[in-house]
Design a protein around this ligand. Structure first.
Ligand SMILES: Nc1ncnc2c1ncn2[C@@H]1O[C@H](COP(=O)(O)OP(=O)(O)OP(=O)(O)O)[C@@H](O)[C@H]1O
Length: 242
């Protein structure tokens, strides 16, 4: 019998304020993969991630991690099952230090001891050594790029098997973006699966093994490993109108 996928989003439909924002969205992620969820602004990427994290109510469908159904579980349980999330809007506690923001994500978790957290902390600083410089500063005093770094660090603190990165490169200066790309490569090297939401096709093509294309809340095509992302026909239609 084949093993259940690491993350399986099956036929999810989400209605917000009477509008259907996601319709029958299905995505499967296997261990160690980096997969892009590509779509224009408003296509439904953030809502997909928020639904995986239990932050929206779901009309239909299921979310499973290694075959365990988490559809009705709270966000905390999803984190404990190994899903980390770096939201686009960051959601940091601006008056708390970076260190506290990161450690808070493990509060209430039975599965992470102080010792394990120290190991995670070292791993995070290994991925983004520059964070050492601002660990003691309130998160609200950091630049946008630094704050993004903290959200990724926070997503890694709970020892995830998979992280959801929502537009991690958006708004970053080219040099900072390059640092982020290196950071993402390090996360991959740790064997952590990544789902990256991207409205920038080139960025998606640079880091993802394969992809799903989302348009108006529906997955319109998937791009297999080895197939070019940037030159995909549906991508061209959506992004270039050709
Ligand atoms: N709370 C809400 N109530 C009603 N509609 C919503 C709500 N949240 C999102 N939407 C709508 O759902 C659609 C998908 O939004 P979503 O944020 O998931 O898109 P996205 O692909 O992540 O784009 P972006 O990167 O611009 O956030 C949009 O049309 C948006 O206006």
């Amino acid at each position: 019998m084949s093993q259940a996928p690491l993350l399986e989003i099956e036929d999810i439909t989400v209605t917000l304020d009477k509008a259907t924002v996601l319709e029958d969205v299905s995505i499967r992620i296997e261990p160690g993969e980096t997969v892009a969820l590509i779509g224009r602004n408003g296509a439904g990427k953030t809502t997909t991630f928020r639904t995986v994290m239990g932050q929206t109510s779901i009309q239909n469908g299921s979310i499973r991690v290694r075959g365990t159904d988490l559809t009705d579980q709270p966000s905390r349980s999803r984190i404990q099952h190994g899903i980390g999330f770096a939201p686009e809007d960051r959601r940091l506690f601006t008056t708390l230090t970076v260190e506290d923001n990161i450690q808070m994500s493990t509060w209430g978790s039975d599965s992470i001891s102080d010792e394990e957290f120290q190991t995670r902390r070292e791993q995070i600083l290994d991925i983004f050594p520059e964070m050492e410089e601002f660990l003691d500063r309130p998160a609200g005093q950091l630049s946008g790029g630094e704050q993004k770094m903290v959200t990724v660090g926070r997503a890694l603190a709970s020892d995830p098997d998979i992280v959801l990165l929502d537009e991690p490169f958006e708004g970053l200066a080219p040099s900072v973006r390059e640092r982020f790309r290196e950071g993402v490569e390090r996360i991959k090297d740790l064997g952590i699966s990544i789902v990256v939401a991207e409205s920038n096709v080139r960025h998606a093509g640079e880091i993802a093994d394969r992809g799903y294309v989302i348009e108006r809340g529906e997955i319109v095509t998937s791009i297999d490993e080895g197939e070019p992302i940037v030159d995909n026909t549906e991508i061209k239609r959506i992004f270039e109108g050709s």
